[in-house]
Design a protein around this ligand. Structure first.
Ligand SMILES: NC(=O)c1ccc[n+]([C@@H]2O[C@H](COP(=O)([O-])OP(=O)(O)OC[C@H]3O[C@@H](n4cnc5c(N)ncnc54)[C@H](O)[C@@H]3O)[C@@H](O)[C@H]2O)c1
Length: 387
């Protein structure tokens, strides 16, 4: 298969889908990888490294799109890339189609096979989202610690304190992937950490991981108000799958915080989880906003700020399925890895992912019907042969 790796052109996106190491895996399995010149540079990978891995460098994005059977990228195609979509082209990337009716229409009209990283699902887990949550959780504390310094508008404290001076109090709302990663870094940096979740099992798990190093509390508005008032830094990392983030921190709670405290609203990509940040457009060029003296950090694509780490984490997670698609074709790959079928959002002119069909008013095509098409065809030809 010809696999195309274009340079990302969405604003502030510096990652690349495929590292030279991953490109080499495709080459070893007999495929051709076409990389747009400079695609890996912001993630620290030169064209020469891709060439040494066996990939071919092309100067022009149009060439990569035109020659490839599968476009393997990070973010959804943006408007200027729509012209490259064509029948049968596989597009494997983060797509977020429910929020993008124009792109959905283009993918359907052009009969592309659109495979969304974010909807590949194993049980309730989303394995191609998880590595980015791991990055975002770590970065939340790193960014929050920076914002606590005076020049950034913070109250001017170091997380660990020093002998004779108390450490900062970090409150983490949501003990999932982001919350656990944030807890790891906050504990490692010596902060006093309180973790809240509505799920007692999750609290038990983080409690077991960080024995004696954190306090856990069930999440409800009473407890949130109590700990937020005392917090130097709050990280909100809540998620109710399929829904907008709940607005857990009210403006009144924010007003009880000491000026110079910091709120890192990681859930801003799901609409924001404080009354003040809800539905606030995250602006990469101005990610900080200060209200009532509290410094709010709102970046919807935190992993994009650390492309070297994020690119490798993303490539590690996504390459496995890309290889399966390249080796087996998308239908056979879905039969081998049933979780990949939930990643197919459009195929053969249909919407095949229920939430996208529901949100954008498309008729839903059962993906299994398309996947099993070939089997039916083979069965028919066998019957014909035998008959
Ligand atoms: N801004 C970014 O760049 C970025 C990057 C990655 C993830 N995210 C976002 O971070 C959030 C968390 O992602 P995740 O992968 O950790 O999800 P996750 O499903 O692993 O964890 C979410 C946790 O929130 C808990 N929760 C739900 N309602 C709650 C409430 N009312 N109070 C306290 N806890 C509650 C759940 O029980 C769960 O443990 C999501 O909104 C995700 O979209 C943002």
């Amino acid at each position: 298969m010809l696999i195309g790796v274009p340079k990302e052109i969405k604003d502030q996106e510096s990652r690349v889908s495929c590292t030279p190491a991953a490109a080499n895996q495709f080459v070893l399995e007999g495929h051709t990888v076409l990389v747009e010149t400079g695609a890996g540079l912001e993630s620290g990978f030169t064209d020469q490294e891709y060439i040494e891995a066996g990939a071919i460098i092309l100067d022009d994005a149009a060439d990569v799109w035109a020659k490839a059977d599968m476009i393997y990228k990070v973010k959804e195609p943006i408007t200027s890339e729509y012209k490259y979509l064509r029948e049968g082209l596989i597009v494997y990337a983060y797509l977020h189609l429910a929020a993008d009716s124009n792109l959905t229409k283009e993918l359907v009209d052009n009969k592309c096979v659109a495979i969304a990283f974010e909807t590949v699902q194993v049980g309730s887990a989303l394995p191609l989202l998880k590595p980015m949550s791991e990055v975002a959780g770590r970065m939340a504390i790193q960014e929050g610690a920076r914002l606590l310094t005076k020049p950034c508008g913070g109250k001017g404290m170091v997380l660990q304190g020093v002998p004779g001076v108390a450490p900062a109090h970090v409150v983490i709302l949501g003990a999932g992937t982001v919350g656990t990663a944030a807890t790891r870094i906050a504990v490692g940096m010596g902060a006093r950490v309180t973790v809240l979740d509505t799920n007692v099992d999750r609290l038990a798990e983080v409690g077991d991981i960080f024995i004696d190093k954190i306090e856990t509390l069930i999440s409800n508005s009473f407890n949130i108000a109590k700990v937020v008032k005392d917090a130097d830094m709050v990280v909100s990392s809540v998620l109710i799958p399929g829904h907008k983030a709940p607005q857990l921190i009210t403006e009144a709670m924010v007003q009880t915080m000491e000026p110079g405290s910091v709120i890192v609203d990681v859930a801003i990509d799901q609409g924001g989880s404080t009354e003040l940040t809800a539905n606030k457009e995250a602006d990469y060029h101005a990610p900080i906003f200060i209200r009532h003296g509290i410094v709010h950090y709102l970046v919807a694509n935190i992993p994009g700020t650390v492309p070297r780490t994020s690119t490798q984490a993303l490539s590690n997670a996504t390459t496995r399925y890309a290889l399966a698609i390249a080796n087996l074709g998308w239908k056979q790959a879905c039969r081998k890895y049933p979780e990949l079928a939930s990643g197919i959002n459009t195929a053969e002119g249909y919407v095949t992912y229920k939430p996208v069909a529901e949100d954008l008013n498309y008729e839903l095509k059962n993906i299994q019907e398309l996947i099993n098409n070939k089997q039916i065809y083979l069965l028919q030809s066998k019957v014909r042969k035998n008959g």
